[in-house]
Design a protein around this ligand. Structure first.
Ligand code: FES
Length: 107
């Protein structure tokens, strides 16, 4: 039997000391996590949409970082002002927010 979870948001909430490398937690990502959880409640999506706070996802200099599966879409520099857009379009309707998509450096 497959999981009833249709979409899973992972929000980096890692924090480092201010004098260290940048981190999403210092830039307010715990609040983003809470706001996304509120949207799940408001939209009655519990059991269909998961939101998980995680450790470092990698693109620390461009955080706060969020990755969404199954699409494998990465968002960067997310702010609280972006949450309604993410909730309405991606969480609810599965549409990527192009303006927030992280552009991975070419290796
Ligand atoms: S601290 Fe968030 S991606 Fe590294």
């Amino acid at each position: 039997m497959s999981s009833p979870i249709k979409r899973h948001f992972f929000v980096c909430t890692n924090s480092r000391p201010p004098e260290a490398k940048p981190s999403c937690g210092i830039k307010g990502s715990p609040n983003l996590y809470m706001k996304l959880m509120e949207e799940v409640e408001k939209r009655n999506l519990f059991g269909k949409i998961a939101v998980t706070a995680t450790g470092c996802l990698g693109p620390c200099f461009d955080g706060p970082s969020i990755v969404v599966y199954p699409e494998g879409v990465w968002y960067a520099n997310v702010t609280e002002a972006d949450i309604p857009d993410i909730a309405e379009n991606h969480m609810q309707n599965g549409q990527t927010i192009d303006r927030l998509v992280y552009k991975w450096p070419q290796i």
